[in-house]
Write a protein that binds this ligand. Sequence first.
Ligand SMILES: [Zn+2]
Ligand SMILES: [Zn+2]
Length: 355
Amino acid sequence: MSTEERASVPRDARSGVRSRGGAQLFERNCSVGRTIAIVSDAWSFLVIREAFFGARRFEEFRTALGLPRGTLSERLKRLTLRGIFRQVHYSAKSSRVEYHLTRCGMDLYPSFVALIGFGDRWLAGPEGPPLKLIHATCGQACQPYVACSHCLAEVKATRVTYRDGPGAGRTPLEPMKRARRTAESANFSRGRPSSVSRALEIIGDRWSFLILREAFFGVRRFDQLQSELKIAPNILTERLSRLVARGVFERRKYQDLPERHEYRLTEMGKDLYGAFITMAAWGDRWLAGGDPPLILTHRDCGHDFSAVVICDRCRKPIEAHAMRYRLNYDPARFGAPQAGDRMERIFVDAAPGED
Ligand SMILES: [Zn+2]
Ligand SMILES: [Zn+2]
């Protein structure tokens, strides 16, 4: 970490994860956490999103997002190291490269679609969802949903049981590099209005995400959250009030003397579940080395499953190369220079990802 990055981290964010008295802190192994760690970096997220919109060249990313060259170059390099992009030379003679999504990168698409669905349902505002999705496979406008890979029925949080998988356990907690929520959340909305951005503004900071994950495990009380996450009380208080204000939790009194409250997921909060298990499925496939930390069982059909995102019209899995979109906004309002000719096109020009 550079001195500059260190200086940008507020004191409270640091103290929340610093080892106390020299003791190392540990966190649950979690494929969602590993996935969030990649996509919740606002710049990385935006770069991947523009790749789904067809960007491949450095200048295409740069004009779409208006990022400083150094920042863009660093993120492209990092995402290439992580196996999300691969570099392809323009031609045999050229030293310049394009950035193509690998299969691993393309496979993030269902997670984006699950986040789009959540953002569309809860955060779209009076103008409505920014994008209309069209499934090229069946030719229909669709609203994809998160389904059980075994029975293809929609998955609800209350209809799933968990057990430890081969990758279960705890890993030393890495220090938080920066306070994303305060420093970066405004950047999520660069370039175009996006339901994924809006969803990530809620769950994209590390603590908010961890609190939500514990809520899906049934943890509701302040002291339980504190002991499970080893989070500083002031940070926990701040994140919980923010999640209440955003409509994800409601605060309910469960005891009078002394007065105690618990935090229950609202309908909106529960609706994040689909995006969570979709990101978990990606993390299991690409980041868990074949050892998923958690195995999910669908109570409706009785089978272990992973999350799949399917078209509500034809029930086929959603894949990046088979989706088109229509913009429900005027790109010029968001400073997109070449947006005029992109009003409707395939997400990634029918090129399936390669390794
Ligand atoms: Zn099922
Ligand atoms: Zn379809």
